[in-house]
Design a protein around this ligand. Structure first.
Ligand code: UD1
Length: 423
């Protein structure tokens, strides 16, 4: 397993290019199960999770060719309708094959994803939504077994707005007979991107981008090509890094992003004291002279993303004063806090609320990655710390940040990957 060795204190400046959105690609790829033929997915990020999804879909008969950031998919043949535990345990998004398989082939066997490093992550809404569409679903021996002759349109009101359940049910409803209405649908840009892709494939969906979707099922779909939207979490992570460790008086320019997807984070960065300039596909950030303490509460899009909570805590660890960070999406998602404490951060947790008392300095130490976004927060804190920080188990980062160390080196950070030893 690789580790990162960071010598903190270098001021960041320069330009960084953002990759395609992991969470959009992970929904677009299984959507190719819905119609036979060839697809081209441009701007697909080069990430471990994308390889995991390719392997899963390959095990079902699909073919993939990765060339730079273009992913060519051959979905002419689907020969297996199963997502075994060995794939799903590596990545929860594997559950996205359930809706397309049951809609097009009438059966699917998909392992239950189980929990996550930061707690339970149920899939009841995926199952209930597909049942409403007429699928017979049994859960036994750790697997979801779904059957249907042809799904039928239905009215679905999600109790909780769920990205994954909305994506899964949407992919099933596009081939159902009749009309499906989904209320309290997720409005995250990655779900909007999926909806737009399905429309390109011939689906009839109204309300894409909103929380009320009306889907008129069609008999068949056809392949389509798409350019994946930029990764808003990667962009936001670099903006927070710039606010935390940007060189005074200099700017960090985050390019190939969509500023409209980032407003929950950018307005908070303005509150912190950073100066931001916006272009059509870039944001420039000048760091504040001192970091003001700013509270955040995570919520569904267009609120502050839970996937930025850990990085925000790293920023607040160096703020002037005390801030309160509340996660309303995942109550236990605070694995990074004890690791940040090893660097000198002063944070207390009560239920889903972190109280962060800003400190004058962080000091380098050895810390452990526990999950993707927690790892990103440790990198940011390491960049801001005095001395050397070693971040172990960086495979978590490789799941969701493309070449993060190279992109940070491009901004002047002193970070290197030490490969291939047992850490
Ligand atoms: C997706 C993202 C993940 C992000 C999360 C929230 C992907 C591949 N992953 O995950 O990075 O952190 O959205 O923005 O896109 N819930 C239920 N029952 C369900 C499903 C969800 O109760 O069947 C609850 C969850 O426990 C959570 C909330 O709904 O509290 C939102 O979760 P959801 O949007 O489903 O997250 P994911 O799609 O798994």
């Amino acid at each position: 397993m690789d580790k990162f060795v960071i010598r903190g204190g270098k001021g960041l400046r320069g330009t960084v290019q953002i990759s395609g959105a992991k969470n959009a690609s992970l929904a677009l790829m299984p959507a190719t199960l819905l119609a036979p033929g060839s697809y081209t997915l441009q701007n697909t990020p080069q990430l471990r999770d994308i390889i995991t999804m390719s392997r899963l879909l390959e095990s079902m008969g699909l073919g993939f060719k990765h060339s730079d950031h273009t992913l060519s998919v051959d979905a002419s043949h689907v020969t297996k309708f199963e997502a075994p535990y060995e794939h799903v345990k590596k990545m929860r998004a594997s559950i996205y094959v359930l809706g397309p398989l049951v809609a097009r082939y009438g059966h699917a066997l998909v392992s239950l994803p189980g929990g996550c490093a930061w707690g339970p992550r149920p899939v009841n809404l995926h199952i209930e939504g597909l049942r409403k569409l007429g699928a017979e679903i049994e859960v036994e021996a750790g697997y979801i077994r779904a059957k249907a002759s042809r799904l039928k349109g239905a009215r679905i009101v999600f109790d909780v707005s769920s990205v994954g359940a909305t994506g899964n049910v949407m992919m099933a409803a596009v081939l159902a007979k009749g009309t499906t209405v989904i209320d309290n649908a997720a409005m995250e840009p990655e779900i909007t991107a999926l909806g737009e892709f399905l429309i390109k494939m011939g689906a009839k969906i109204e309300g894409v981008g909103g929380n009320h979707l009306v889907i008129e099922g069609v008999d068949e779909l056809h392949p389509a090509d798409i350019t994946t939207i930029p990764d808003r979490i990667e962009a936001a992570t670099f903006l927070v890094a710039a606010a935390l460790t940007g060189e005074r008086g200099a700017t960090v320019r985050v390019e190939r992003c969509n500023p409209n997807h980032l407003s929950a984070v950018t307005t908070k960065l303005e509150d912190v004291g950073a100066r931001l300039t916006y272009g059509p596909d870039f944001i420039e950030l000048q760091p504040p002279n001192s970091i003001r303490a700013v509270n955040v509460t995570t919520s569904i899009y267009s609120g502050f993303p839970t996937d930025m909570q850990a990085q925000w805590i790293a920023l607040m660890a160096r703020a002037e004063g005390t801030s309160v960070v509340t996660d309303t999406i995942y109550f236990d998602r605070f694995m990074h806090v004890p690791e940040l404490a090893r660097l000198g951060a002063n944070i207390t947790i009560k239920e889903n609320i972190a109280t962060v008392m800003g400190v004058k300095k962080l000091t380098g130490a050895t810390v452990m990655s526990t999950d993707l976004r927690a790892s990103a927060s440790l990198i940011l804190a390491g960049l801001a710390a005095e001395g050397t920080t070693e971040v172990l188990r960086v495979y978590h980062l490789d799941r969701g940040y493309e070449s993060i160390e190279k992109k940070l080196q491009g901004l002047g950070a002193d970070i290197r990957r030490v490969a291939g030893e047992e850490f």
